[in-house]
Unconditional design. Sequence first.
Length: 104
Amino acid sequence: MSAVPLGDDLGIEAATDLKQHLAMHVAQPGPLVLDAGTVQRVHTASLQVLCSFVRQREQAGLATDFSAVSQSFRDAARLLGLAPQLGLATTNNENNMQQVENAA
């Protein structure tokens, strides 16, 4: 099983590089693991790239999982409603949080 580190910065300026970084792994046979354990900064554009990547692999019958997920990454995915698309399970604490949060 291969692991692909996502790095610590998935800001909007990193979305294009992330897409290129992941492109070589779209058709990689077998399960693929994305390591989001060091991600500190996340932007919607990068999460959209990741959702597209996971969906493309899923449509090809290829599994994609996360080996580690930082709290920043998990929070961003949850706030944007993308955790299910990324295959990230929610914890009981997340289920009990308020549905609307102030992003300001």
